[in-house]
Design a protein around this ligand. Structure first.
Ligand code: NAD
Length: 251
C-alpha cells in the first residue's frame, strides 16, 4: 500500500488486539511495513495475516516487553529482517485498577506487574531500538500514556505519569540524534479493554465529563500518532499530547 510511511518500518507493541492492532492496520494502510509485537503470539499472527490479506506489509513477532532479552531480540530481528526501524509505538499496557482507593489494597506483585509492563517495558523497547534509530539519524518513538496520568486512578495512573516522565527523559537523551519521543494520552475509548475493566455506568460518567460527549476511537488516536510519526512533527519532542475529547473530570 502507498502512503506517507512507504519504505518505513513501524514496530507496534501490544498489537494483538485493541488500539495496538488498530494502529498497525492504519500504519500499514499508510504504507508502512508493520511489526506486530505482542506476548500474545497467536493474536499478533492473526492480526498480521489480516493486514497482509488486505494488501499491507506485516509480520508478527512474539515479545514480552518486560523481558530485556526479548525486547533486544525484537529490535535485532526487525533490523535483520527489514533493515531499519523508523517508528516504535510503545502501546503494550496493562489496565490496572482505576479507583484511587485501591492503591492501598493492591499487593506488591500487582504493583510490579503494572509498573513492569507500562513503564519498564516502554523503557526496554526504547533502549532496544535507540541504537538503530541513532544510526539512521531519524526515528519516532510514541508512548501510549492515558488520562489516568492526570488523576488519582490507582497504580495505573501512577504508571502512566511515570511514562510521561520517561518520555521527557528519553526525548532529552535522543534529541540530538534526530529521534523524537512523545506520548499520546487517550481519553475513554469504548473497546474490548474498557468493556472488561470499566462498568458501563462508570464509562458513561466519563463520557459525560468530556466536552465532545462521545467515546474516542482508534481513528481519533491515530490522527495524533500519524502526525507525530511524520516529518511535520520533527521539532516536537518530549511532549504528552492528551487526545481525550476535552476530558474535564476526575475518576
Ligand atoms: N482503551 C482505552 O480507553 C485506553 C485509554 C487510555 C490509555 N490506553 C492505553 O492504550 C494502550 C492499549 O490499550 P487497549 O485498550 O488496546 O488494551 P488491550 O488490553 O486491549 O491491549 C493491550 C495489549 O498489550 C499486550 N500486552 C500486555 N502485556 C504485554 C507484554 N508484557 N508484552 C507484550 N505485549 C503485552 C496484550 O496482549 C494486548 O494485546 C495501553 O497502553 C492502555 O493503557 C487505553
Amino acid at each position: 500500500m502507498s502512503g506517507p510511511f512507504e519504505g518505513q518500518v513501524a514496530v507496534i507493541t501490544g498489537a494483538a488486539r485493541g488500539l495496538g492492532l488498530d494502529y498497525a492496520r492504519r500504519l500499514a494502510a499508510d504504507g508502512a511495513t508493520v511489526v506486530l509485537a505482542d506476548v500474545d503470539e497467536a493474536g499478533a499472527s492473526k492480526g498480521a495475516g489480516e493486514i497482509s490479506s488486505a494488501g499491507g506489509r506485516a509480520i508478527a513477532l512474539a515479545c514480552d516487553v518486560t523481558d530485556p532479552d526479548a525486547s533486544s531480540a525484537l529490535a535485532a530481528r526487525v533490523v535483520s529482517e527489514l533493515g531499519r526501524i523508523d517508528v516504535l509505538v510503545n502501546n503494550a499496557g496493562i489496565w490496572g485498577d482505576l479507583e484511587a482507593a485501591e492503591i492501598l489494597d493492591i499487593q506488591p506483585d500487582y504493583w510490579d506487574f503494572v509498573m513492569g509492563v507500562n513503564v519498564k517495558g516502554c523503557w526496554l523497547c526504547t533502549r532496544a531500538v535507540a541504537p538503530q534509530m541513532r544510526e539512521q539519524g531519524r526515528g519516532r518513538i510514541i508512548n501510549m500514556s492515558s488520562i489516568g496520568s492526570r488523576m488519582a486512578s490507582g497504580v495505573y495512573g501512577v504508571s502512566k505519569l511515570a511514562l510521561n516522565q520517561l518520555t521527557w527523559t528519553t526525548a532529552a537523551a535522543l534529541g540530538d540524534h534526530g529521534v523524537t519521543v512523545n506520548a499520546v494520552a487517550p481519553g475513554p475509548i469504548y473497546n474490548e479493554a474498557t468493556q472488561r475493566q470499566v462498568a458501563r455506568e462508570h464509562f458513561d460518567r466519563l463520557i459525560e465529563q468530556t466536552m465532545i460527549k462521545r467515546a474516542g476511537t482508534g481513528k481519533d488516536m491515530y490522527g495524533a500518532i500519524r502526525w507525530l510519526a511524520s516529518d511535520d512533527a520533527e521539532w516536537v519532542t518530549g511532549q504528552t499530547i492528551y487526545v481525550n475529547g476535552g476530558f474535564m473530570g476526575v475518576f
